[in-house]
Design a protein. Structure first.
Length: 46
């Protein structure tokens, strides 16, 4: 939901879970993702 652009408070209303819990979940999942590439190392299509 967050990745699709929904805000923490909107997710809180839908899921009926406090927004700080949602923020913590997003942070935890974000730590599992690989580090982002530096802009100069991202290959350009074309």
């Amino acid at each position: 939901m967050y990745v699709n652009g929904m805000g923490f408070l909107a997710i809180e209303r839908i899921k009926k879970v406090h927004h700080t819990s949602i923020i913590n979940w997003v942070k935890q999942v974000g730590e599992l993702l690989p580090d982002a590439c530096e802009p100069e190392t991202i290959p350009l299509g074309g």
